[in-house]
Design a protein around this ligand. Sequence first.
Ligand SMILES: [Fe+2]
Ligand SMILES: [Fe+2]
Length: 239
Amino acid sequence: MRSIADQSTADLGGRTSILARQRADHVELDRLMQRLAGETGEAYERTFTTMNRLVFSHAFAEEAVLWPLLRRLFPEGERLTLEVEQEHQEVNELVVALDEHREAGPERERLQARLFEVLREDVRDEEDELLPRLQDRLDTQELRRVGWQWEVVRRTAPTRPHPVVARRPPGNVVAALPLSVIDRTRDRVDMAARVAPDRFAGTLRRSSQALARVSHLVERTPAMRRGERASTARDPEGL
Ligand SMILES: [Fe+2]
Ligand SMILES: [Fe+2]
């Protein structure tokens, strides 16, 4: 099995194959992590939001489309996908923790360093272990079909961390639509708050906080935890 990291786009099945789409996002993630390391203040906040939008929609679509497929195709799929779901779970929890530790200091540095470490581990597991298996089993046309399925889910997926929601169907599929609408509305409100005159910015920030509370209630609906494995489950009261 060859890692998909060092193959040509043609070998991966062309730009629209799931393998090339995954790698393009991973390259963009790496670029954003490197940029974040040198940024502070408003520039940091903007890049961090961009990175989160990429990370959470990307991972959500993996959990909804790709990992169930791997479990159907390979006997070792259960073990392999549980490992990356545990990494995704930790990423969700680290971003929530970073949101709560906004002031610069050793704790924030520790959380960010760990976040980057887990994100890089996740990319390695996918490019070296999981995706080459798909390459071995599926032909080019199938790789492209899965690529489109993943892309459609990614474009409509939640864009923020939701550590309480299941990392597996059916819970994550039930959660997708309501959480995506709330997350994407919040993204737009936050963006507007950054450029609005001072007298409006406060109202916009309060609207965003109200949406965060709605999201908090929605993700605690029991149907959204169905399908979860014990190692990625979190007590909704503990977060
Ligand atoms: Fe990925
Ligand atoms: Fe991932």
